[in-house]
Design a protein around this ligand. Structure first.
Ligand code: NDP
Ligand SMILES: O=C(O)C1=N[C@H](C(=O)O)C[C@H](O)C1
Length: 270
């Protein structure tokens, strides 16, 4: 499968180029960076430390997409929206790992998925997707006893969105387990005299610092006891491997908007 990596000089872009170069059935067809990037014209393999791949970094996304089978995109919301339209035009697979997208962005992805096969997830790792299934089960099982749910996350100091895509994905899983809408029940920020915790709300706490790749915990707090379900990312290759797996999976699917749970065969569990 001929894959284009957009955001090729980013943290995830680099991890993706390395994983594609090691994956049977996948080949790096194109690498796209932003106009003016210092990476333009450089060999994508050399940039990612895997030796020459014969793929120069370009800023011409459409030309890169034309003869490709898929694009893997961990960039920025506004950029992913643009690439979704181009991928739909080229009728290719589009894997979106970008987080921090608005409801308007999501509607544009939905529209693009009428023509393209899109897989989008706030976390492409197997571990987090399994965790989301466990969180939904725990949220349901502990509902009658009225246990409170809090989602805690920490990431590196460069991260620009909060709560993380993963925290929101885990919050959605908890909400699904409780049969509620996360938008009605999320407490994303607390500051000052907040009053007591609203019964049935799902709280979020965000920490940023250093080079932390991704730490997530979902806390279930009852009277006198606490259950914690957590995931720790040791390396960005876990996300890159998931994204490449998603691209290979989506290749023969009908146009539509899929999740990582679909790719992993876990959607019926949630
Ligand atoms: N779903 C998942 O499993 C995961 C999701 N993520 C998400 O992926 C996204 C990227 O993360 P990360 O790699 O750490 O961030 P980086 O900032 O390191 O990488 C983003 C890259 O996108 C590039 N970019 C921005 N606009 C364009 C454009 N118009 N054309 C081409 N390239 C562009 C940036 O270029 P420039 O530097 O020049 O601006 C940058 O190189 C974030 O939203 C993050 O939350 C991250 C890890 C896992
Ligand atoms: O920005 C990151 O780095 C990460 N972003 C994703 C998120 O927002 O949850 C996934 C992962 O935790 C790393």
């Amino acid at each position: 499968m001929k894959l284009v990596v957009v955001g090729a000089s980013g943290r995830m872009g680099q991890a993706l180029i390395r994983i594609i170069s090691q994956t049977d059935g996948a080949v790096l067809h194109g690498a796209v960076s932003r106009p003016g990037s210092s990476a333009l014209g450089k060999d994508a393999g050399e940039l990612a430390g895997v030796g020459q791949l014969g793929v120069p970094v370009t800023d011409d996304a459409l030309a890169a997409f034309v003869h490709a089978d898929g694009v893997i995109d961990f960039t920025r919301p506004e950029t992913s929206v643009e690439f979704a339209a181009l991928a739909a035009q080229a009728r290719i697979v589009h894997i979106i790992g970008t987080t921090g997208c608005s409801a308007t962005d999501e509607a544009k992805f939905e529209a693009a998925s009428r023509h393209a096969r899109l897989v989008k997830s706030g976390n492409m790792s197997l571990g987090v997707n399994l965790l989301s299934v466990l969180v939904a089960q725990a949220a349901k099982a502990l509902e009658a006893s009225g246990w409170d749910i809090e989602v805690l996350e920490m990431h590196h100091k460069h991260k620009v969105d909060a709560p993380s895509g993963t925290a929101l994905l885990l919050g959605e899983a908890a909400a699904q387990g409780r049969g509620i809408d996360l938008n009605d029940k999320a407490a994303k920020v607390r500051d000052g005299h907040t009053g007591p915790r609203e019964q049935g709300s799902i709280g979020f706490a965000t920490m940023r610092g250093g080079s932390v790749i991704g730490e997530h915990s979902v806390l279930f707090a009852g009277e006198g006891e606490l259950v914690t379900l957590s995931h720790s990312a040791g390396d960005r290759s876990i996300f890159a491997r998931g994204a490449v797996k998603a691209a290979l999976w989506a290749r023969d699917k009908k146009p539509g908007l899929y999740s990582m749970l679909d790719v992993l065969g876990l959607s019926s569990q949630l």
